[in-house]
Write a protein that binds this ligand. Structure first.
Ligand code: SF4
Length: 271
């Protein structure tokens, strides 16, 4: 059996009853999760044994770091044409108007139309465009729980955490150490909110890269004998509202943005 080329190829095999016996809200959400490697096709009890046998164990590459982000973006855009944008808007906390679905990404409007065309007030960069489309296509739209967890506690986060730490938390900490007004800038530029120190941190800021995927950045100042530290937390529902690869991409993309902000103020943290 050839590897499925899209979530819709998997969707076509399903019962389409949205019975939720697999634990997903819809058959489409289940197909997306299978395509992204988060679920196994045999977890749908309605499939006949022949189909399960043909597809079970087939490796899925829907969302690997190795995949070129540009290719992945084009693939996701092509899948939007099959999606009912009005229904999706309700699920993911977006607005549907003028045949476009719009969400706030870091406080700025980010839209997609029925043909997969993107429009935004900010530069369209794959690190944000891919998670945006993945969120709309496959996110379960669970309400934010308010319980914060580190990246490594999200599904499939443990193995990716060392790289997440290197590409996201470490560069952000460097910026915070050198350019202290960072957190004020982040609040003003990206519509963030400073919250009471969480986990006994000195500064805690919450951002919304996507409506139902908030990110909390906590920074601990250096103290006598102790280095400063910075850690990122996600809502415990994050891995069901967005695939782990996209969560990784949002974190590393934010780190790049912060590095650029510091550079604009004359602080080069890249060395
Ligand atoms: S159990 Fe199968 S048919 Fe039911 S919602 Fe899940 S994928 Fe669809």
């Amino acid at each position: 059996m050839a590897q499925p080329k899209s979530a819709f190829e998997i969707f076509r095999l399903l019962d389409k009853s949205n019975c939720q016996e697999c634990g997903e809200k819809t058959c489409l959400a289940f197909a997306g999760a299978v395509f992204l490697g988060q679920r196994k096709i045999q977890e749908c009890p309605k499939l006949n044994p022949e189909t399960v046998e043909r597809f079970a164990g087939v490796p899925v590459k829907g969302n690997t770091h190795e995949q070129n982000p540009g290719d992945r973006l084009e693939k996701l855009k092509s899948e939007i044409v099959h999606l009912n944008l009005a229904e999706a808007a309700e699920r993911v906390g977006a607005v549907f108007s003028g045949k476009k679905l719009t969400v706030k990404v870091l406080g700025k409007d980010f839209s997609v139309d029925e043909k997969g065309n993107l429009a935004t007030e900010i530069h369209i960069n794959p690190w944000v465009a891919v998670p945006f489309l993945s969120y709309i296509l496959y996110g379960q739209g669970l309400p934010v729980s308010g319980k914060w967890v580190p990246f490594r506690e999200l599904t499939d986060g443990r193995d990716r955490y060392p790289l997440f730490q290197k590409r996201c938390e470490e560069p952000m900490k460097k910026v915070a150490d050198l350019y202290t007004p960072l957190f004020d800038d982040v609040v003003h530029i990206f519509g963030g909110k400073q919250v009471d120190g969480q986990f006994q941190s000195d500064i805690s800021v919450v951002l919304h890269p996507l409506p139902k995927v908030p990110v909390m950045i906590c920074y601990w100042l250096a103290e006598e004998g102790l280095d400063s530290s910075l850690h990122i937390f996600f809502d415990e529902t994050a891995d069901r509202n967005l695939d782990i690869g996209s969560i990784f991409s949002l974190g590393t993309g934010l780190a790049q943005l912060f590095t650029k902000i510091a550079l604009r103020h004359g602080f080069d943290t890249r060395t």
